[in-house]
Write a protein that binds this ligand. Sequence first.
Ligand SMILES: NC(=O)c1ccc[n+]([C@@H]2O[C@H](COP(=O)([O-])OP(=O)(O)OC[C@H]3O[C@@H](n4cnc5c(N)ncnc54)[C@H](O)[C@@H]3O)[C@@H](O)[C@H]2O)c1
Length: 386
Amino acid sequence: MYKIQTLNKISAIGTDIFDKSKYSVAEDIANPDAIMVRSAKMHDMQFGDNLLAIARAGAGVNNIPVERCAQEGICVFNTPGANSNAVKELAICALLLASRKIVEAASWAASLKGTPDAPKTVEGGKSKFAGPEIAGKTLGIIGLGAIGGKIANAAESLGMKVIGYDPFLSVGAALHLEPSVKIVSDINEIYTNSDYITIHMPYTPQTKNTIDAEQIAMMKDGVRLINLARGELINSEAVVKAIAEGKVAKYVTDFADDVVLGVENVIVLPHLGASTPESEDNCAVMAAEELIEYIENGNIKNSVNLPNASMNAVGTKICIIHKNVPTTIASITSAVGNEGINIENMVNASKKDFAYTMLDVTGDVPPTVEGKINAVDGVIKVRVIK
Ligand SMILES: NC(=O)c1ccc[n+]([C@@H]2O[C@H](COP(=O)([O-])OP(=O)(O)OC[C@H]3O[C@@H](n4cnc5c(N)ncnc54)[C@H](O)[C@@H]3O)[C@@H](O)[C@H]2O)c1
């Protein structure tokens, strides 16, 4: 029986995918074989030896110690694209919130309750809430992955001119973009040409404060900024200062901090990007499917710390997580061959410092062989799947 621990509430449509005869799924479970998580912070957690994988039901993985997991032979998955429509819809909303003073106007209207002749008062007072249309304006998008790409196409269909920057744009993501989306290779072109800027890339130590005072200084006066990616990508102090100086007209962020909360012309949402039932279901289903495929077949799809790799084995499968260094594969195949075991098929792939090798071998694999592979320098984890 495999044990799956859920660290946050995971949509039942996802957890129900686990075959109850093979898996037990619970929040309170010791020594799990796999963990499903949404936003619980895992950096201080210690993991058991039998933990095979962590699946994040969502895109960002900055709550998980991804590098340490690779070193400990734990495959970390995310669910790219599963919540992208939810975030795209909120981004379109954010474009309008950044333009039309909707939040301020609605709260003013609500404040008129009980006053005499509210219908007349609203007609007299509404002019102070006027704001520009988005059609015809230029939207700059930083990061054109699952979310940024969908926003680009949606904004185009709403009549905006879209320019995008993504130095690591995948071929698949590029093919989904409307041809009219202009891709620039210099991020400064986003800053200097956009009326609205929205950011949709991962937060890492390298991308911290991607938008800071220096970048804001390059922007058009009255620029409107949207951050539904991660709070750390935009320096809150710099934005609040630029708002006070009139340089930035509006900031819509999904990330609360003490600097942005309560500031005029900043709209802070409580991390609502993926909070739709559809997105939570999509993420939970994708995360569960990734775990089942890895636990039962050793195949990796959508890992953030190990390479994607899959193989249909005819015999017994030996799955090895190891360091991406010379001679390791040769030593592994020798360790198997020296025991008289024939390798029928083999798949090897690497991602940065780590690699994954799957061997399809004939016959049984005695524990001694497993031990010999484990003893190879650079090998982190070995699993035999029959
Ligand atoms: N607010 C929310 O609730 C919410 C929900 C989902 C995702 N997110 C955030 O949105 C981010 C993007 O999600 P996604 O599903 O589109 O991910 P994705 O992986 O599909 O796309 C990210 C894109 O960013 C690009 N990128 C990486 N580094 C870059 C850089 N330095 N400059 C420009 N582009 C760069 C990548 O090439 C990729 O195309 C996630 O990392 C996550 O933090 C937030």
